[in-house]
Design a protein around this ligand. Sequence first.
Ligand SMILES: O=C(O)C(=O)C[C@H](O)[C@H](O)CO
Ligand SMILES: [Mg+2]
Length: 393
Amino acid sequence: MKIKEVEPIVLSGKEGGSATWASVAILVRVVTANGEVGYGEAVPTARPLQVVSAVKQVARSYVGREVEEVERNSWEWHRQDFYLARSFESTTAASAVDIASWDVLGKELGAPVHKLLGGPFRRKVRNYANGWYPDCVTPEDFASKAKEVVRMGYTALKFDPFGEYYDYLDERGLRQAVERVRAVREAVGDDVEILVEHHGRFNPNSAVMAARALEPFNPLFMEEPVHPENVEGMRKYRASTTVRVALGERILSLTEALDYLSQGLVDFLQIDLTNVGGVTQAVKVSHLAEAFGVEMAYHNAFGPVQNAVTLQLDAVVPNFLVQESFYDWFPQWKRDLIYDSTPVREGHSTVPDSPGIGVKVNEKLVEDLRVEPREVEFTEEPKWVVKGTWRGW
Ligand SMILES: O=C(O)C(=O)C[C@H](O)[C@H](O)CO
Ligand SMILES: [Mg+2]
């Protein structure tokens, strides 16, 4: 069926999220000539204005094409765009249109995306909690919030213990990170997994110092320890540490994923369906990772459409580790957007069997929450951290 319309829709509710990026969502709606509607989602954090205009540009390649031809349509955009894998805006826009196309495809065939990909390997997906620690600064702050997360049934949680440090960690910064992680480990006990987020912000020497200081607390993995473009730095980190590494949320293509996999730089791959090329490319990367013995732990920090389609991938890949979830820390309007149909229970999500990405989008709420995209205001605390954590004590 031909694609008639591709529309970016920026949403924001009165209630903010646990981070600036979490207070906005960028949906993409695809409508076909016979009126079928599918939804995708793009990355809201960086340059929302440019992302919205990139969706409008991508639309010019997709409108008029057969929505079912997801691979061909993805290839056609790659042929036209010339800079695709070097442009975050272009890849997140193309990713969102691809996700919406798979949503339409599933609805047309009356099947959830996981069935289109070979059927479920699992129907329940283990989640780790993120977004649970706004305004946490002291070790006590982190410990008390971590206990709440465990009481909710989660058996794994991620947090960034590095406060306001960037590039370089001094002794104070290292000590504060150690005290925060120690407090969380003591609060949750040895059976709950701790995942250490670095947000890709340290030079290799500081990242190595952090690995050696935090390894005694047995983190499941160290996420993005060095700047993501610093492949040499990752080599140095791997040669100097014995911790497990997770990265990938900022990988924009299959070939970029191969760079990390072929050099043995990653243990758990965290690609994000909203910027790696949607379902079409994420499936390829996941299969490539399987060949390298690397497990998937998809990045999933934005909205309910991303969360839904990511669960469809979680359901099918054999090499799956654990799924990031902000779901219980979304602003309520994000859960309402999909009729709260993918709740986390005892730290697990049940994979939906409804057609397409498995959830129905509340179209009235979409219209109620629609806003004009605007530039991101820069403050001392960067937009990519959980609010109120960019400081020490
Ligand atoms: O969820 C994660 O792993 C993050 O790193 C959250 C980031 O701040 C977010 O993706 C920024 O867009
Ligand atoms: Mg991250």
